[in-house]
Every structure is written in structure tokens, then in C-alpha cells.
Design a protein around this ligand. Structure first.
Ligand code: 5GP
Ligand code: ZN
Length: 115
């Protein structure tokens, strides 16, 4: 599996940086965002290092499907019952800060800090 030793999310996947995990399986990790916008704010990441959504191809279709279908399951588990937002920032103009593909999933009662 491709990983990047300098990548902050690869370090979280490897357990070298602690995180509050919400889900883990062979391919994916979900953990709570350190600076949440909403009462529930998790990041779903592939365990393998993919820099951004701009780098996925047909071979990643199953993985991307898994990321997306995990979102509603996680929100349900975390008690979010009134809707949620999903967001993938991509590249410089997409305001992506961490160059390891991740999907924000945010929910919980409003008002939110952001978004
Ligand atoms: P981006 O702007 O790249 O879409 O989002 C990166 C997200 O990662 C931000 O919401 C930020 O709060 C979160 N983040 C950055 N570093 C860490 C960290 O070390 N731990 C956790 N849990 N979240 C992080
Ligand atoms: Zn990485």
C-alpha cells in the first residue's frame, strides 16, 4: 500500500499521530476533525496515500464508492438524524489544506461554527 512518511493523515492512519477514530476497516479510516465546523465533523480517508480527488481514476471507483457509502452509516451511528454535509476540497483553488484525499462529513444541530 502506498503511504507517504511525511503526510499527516498517513501518520494518523499509522497511529503515529493520535486521533479520535470513528470507523476503521481494511481500506478506510474515519476520525473526528481536530477543528470541527459542526457538532459532528468527521474525515473519511483512504488508508493508502492518494493526494487528492484529482488523482483518482477508474481503478479507485470501488474505494470512492466505499467512502461515500460509509458517510450515511457513520452519521447514523453518531446520532446524526437530521441531515449532513459532505465536502471534498481538491487542490489549491479548492482550498485543500492536507494533501491526502479526505471527505468531510458534518452534521448535528445548528448553528454550526462554520459552513
Ligand atoms: P482540508 O482543508 O484539507 O479540506 O481539510 C483538512 C482538515 O483536516 C481540516 O478541517 C483540519 O481541521 C483537519 N486536520 C488537520 N490536521 C489534523 C490533525 O492532526 N488531526 C485531525 N483530527 N484533524 C486535522
Ligand atoms: Zn497520506
Amino acid at each position: 500500500m502506498h503511504t507517504d512518511p511525511n503526510c499527516i493523515f498517513c501518520k494518523i492512519v499509522a497511529g503515529q499521530i493520535p486521533s479520535r477514530k470513528a470507523h476503521e476497516d481494511e481500506q478506510l479510516l474515519a476520525f473526528h476533525d481536530i477543528a470541527p465546523w459542526a457538532p459532528v465533523h468527521v474525515l473519511i480517508v483512504p488508508k493508502q496515500h492518494i493526494e487528492s480527488l484529482a488523482d483518482v481514476g477508474d481503478d479507485d471507483a470501488e474505494l470512492m464508492g466505499r467512502m461515500l457509502t460509509l458517510a450515511p452509516r457513520l452519521m447514523k451511528q453518531l446520532g446524526v438524524s437530521n441531515g449532513f454535509r459532505t465536502l471534498i476540497n481538491t487542490g489549491k483553488d479548492g482550498l485543500q489544506e492536507v494533501p491526502h484525499l479526505h471527505m468531510h462529513v458534518m452534521g448535528g444541530p445548528r448553528p454550526w461554527t462554520k459552513g
